[in-house]
Design a protein around this ligand. Sequence first.
Ligand code: NDP
Length: 295
Amino acid sequence: MSEAQLIDGKAYAQSLRERIGAAVTKLKADHDLTPGLAVVLVGEDPASQVYVRNKGKQTHEAGMNSWEHRMPDTASEAEVLAQVQALNDDPAVHGILVQLPLPDQIDADKVINTIDPNKDVDGFHVINSGRLATGQESLVPCTPVGCVLLAKHTLGDLSGLEAVIVGRSNIVGKPVAQLLLKENCTVTICHSRTKDLTEVCRRADLLIAAVGRPEMVKGDWVKPGACVIDVGINRIEGAEGKTRLVGDVDFASAAEVAGSITPVPGGVGPMTIACLLRNTVQAACATAGVPVPEM
Ligand code: NDP
């Protein structure tokens, strides 16, 4: 029987998208500015195609311009770099997202670092990670922003909390850690070599799991009353040969101990695209030199 408060990321993301839509309407009326997001998809990866379709749909629904540039999985690195450069040079494009993963012949870091940092709405460019790490204004990776928005929505002020993050990737673990430092948490980052992982997790007032291992974090890793944010998206075999999505947290056991917890699906997942739209509005305002409306 679950005791914890369920953190409804789907509802929060929907209300955020509505606020973004209102901000876009205001930018059009006050400044004749329509934020625009261009997505580059290389190859036929089925999961990437679903993500890109959803991004395009939600960008349109928020009243923004949306472009999709599809390239074959045989595209050369030079062709992808040329496409990114063309988008850098297009003033109607305020945000550029290159869908990952890229085919093996293409160096993803090189592509990301070719994006104009002011249009880097994924926040993966070294300039933006450097700005984030040094506390400067930057475009911040979307999933980490989504995690922190949900934590603040649930807990209010995060100042002084013990935050433990399991996972140190450049796209989730490290930027989440930077954002939580900015919120004045005491931050511990764990990874595959961490000793006594269970003990470290049990210290957390705020536990964030971004590991990519289905249901790894068990209920007895959770401090009673803690807030648990589960970033993991793992497809596993379910009953009767069907597959189902689970997180990196064993939801049933963790929900008995936690004070609040995100479900999978319906937790962090829906926040990612909403935060991408938010970043696109911020990028458009910065480029146009106009204030960012309330979102
Ligand atoms: P990565 O594979 O890049 O990183 C996983 C991290 O977990 C690494 O730092 C790794 O440590 C650590 N790790 C792996 N095994 C263990 C272990 N047994 N004990 C402790 N730490 C371990 O994954 P991502 O950060 O890209 O993604 C994490 C999860 O989040 C995935 O399930 C992914 O699908 C999901 N995700 C969801 C998003 C969304 O909601 N929209 C967006 C992005 C990701 P080490 O560095 O030592 O190898």
